[in-house]
Design a protein around this ligand. Structure first.
Ligand code: PLP
Length: 389
């Protein structure tokens, strides 16, 4: 059994972004990586590669493509030809490449806001327009929910070269149901918008929830979809920068691959070996234990916020280790990010980086030990109590 409540010192001799961006007395609960060491088989693969000692240029190779393809078949019954798997330095590189190739100044990129901050950077990186399709917020039994406005979806997708889907959704934690995926795909195909599906969080499933890739909806959808996956979130190896674009349709794959070559997007040896071990199946026992821990932390978070922070609303994420807190009805007089950083000495992600619908919200990372999660929440509660009373 892995003990996800004991973690190494994340400040010692290392420059981890999460733990060094703020002063030492500020508890970091922001950037999306976890506090846990990677699973043993990944560490063993890295040791083995290190012990070889020769670090000449190394290409991804067929073995890695076959590992990814076998994982897709095992997890989803999705048969992917290994040739369809391209190795990329990360998902962010993947959707930026797709935007450069398949968008134009007139046909931009549609995204469902609030959404992962890097989605908002593509317009400047690729010189294209960004088309926002806000998700519609509601509160049911005190929990935040977000839904698709289908009329708006169709009106906005009409103007897009690409629909960049985030599923499971960061920061909202939604796993879109199959019927929603099918409807999104139908609209995209009708209006000739290519689907780029960022599925980086697809294995971080809470409560034993199930996930199916967008491309698995039908052969027709598969032809119109670029699927982006990586072991980085699931197995906590984002600093090794290795991900995959699965592009079964050759007419999409070839121009994508050409642009990758033009940009010289390579993955370092350690990333390749870690990804191969992570996706091999040997880490799946570790993953099951991780998901039980994350599900418990999610429940703790939801219960804590609901019980001790009146006026604050939270999502109950289906997937990811990210919660989403709404302070718009809390009465706070300053933006919550600044309030909690100054008064509680905790740093969450400021909701406004996910789009203007995120103003007055914070994203909280619960991919940590129970004691750190509890400490962060207690600091927040105490700051709120001091403000109210
Ligand atoms: C939805 C989503 N896509 C992509 C990334 C980052 O991907 P990468 O590090 O592989 O570029 C993140 C990281 O938080 C994310 O949440």
């Amino acid at each position: 059994m892995t003990n996800f409540n004991a973690v190494p010192d994340r400040r010692k001799n290392i420059n981890l972004t999460k733990w060094t961006a703020f002063p030492k007395d500020v508890l970091p609960m922001w950037v999306a990586d976890m506090d846990f060491p990677a699973p043993k088989p990944v560490l063993n693969a890295l040791h083995k590669r290190l012990d070889h000692g020769v670090f000449g240029y190394e290409m991804p190779g067929r073995v890695l493509q076959e590992t990814v393809s076998a994982r897709m078949e095992r997890l989803y019954g999705w048969k992917v030809n290994p040739e369809s798997v391209l190795t990329i330095p990360g998902i962010v590189s993947g959707f930026n490449v797709a935007a450069r190739v398949f968008c134009s100044p007139r046909k931009g990129m549609a995204i469902q806001t609030p959404v992962y901050n890097e989605f908002h950077e593509v317009k400047n990186n690729a010189g294209i327009s960004q088309i926002n399709i806000p998700l519609v917020k509601s509160i049911k039994k005190n929990i935040l929910h977000y839904e698709i406005d289908w009329d708006l979806f169709e009106r906005r997708v009409k103007k897009a070269g690409i629909f960049l889907l985030c599923n499971p959704h960061n920061p909202l934690g939604i796993i879109f149901p199959r019927k929603d995926l099918a409807r999104m795909a139908e609209i995209c195909i009708k209006h000739k918008a290519l689907i780029v599906s960022d599925e980086i969080h697809s294995e971080l499933l809470l409560d034993g929830n199930k996930f199916a890739p967008m491309a698995k909806i039908s052969r027709e959808v598969e032809k119109h979809t670029i699927t982006l996956i990586a072991p980085s979130k699931t197995f906590n190896i984002p600093g090794l920068f290795c991900g995959f674009a699965i592009i079964p349709n050759k007419e999409l794959r070839e121009p994508f691959e050409k642009e990758m070559r033009n940009l010289r997007l390579h993955v370092a040896s350690m990333g390749l070996h870690a990804a191969n071990a992570a996706f091999s199946g040997k880490c799946d026992g570790w993953l099951r234990e991780l998901l039980a821990h994350l599900t418990d932390n999610r429940d703790f978070l939801v219960e804590y916020v609901t019980k001790y922070m009146p006026g604050v609303r939270t999502t109950k994420p289906d997937a990811t280790y990210l919660g989403w807190l709404d302070f718009t009805q809390s009465g706070l007089e300053e933006p919550p990010f600044e309030f909690f950083k100054e008064k509680a000495r905790v740093a969450l992600s400021d909701g406004k980086i996910f789009g203007k619908e995120g103003e007055g919200h914070l994203r909280i990372n619960f991919g940590t030990t129970r004691s750190l999660l509890q400490e962060g929440l207690e600091r927040m509660k105490n700051a709120l109590d001091a403000f109210y009373f």
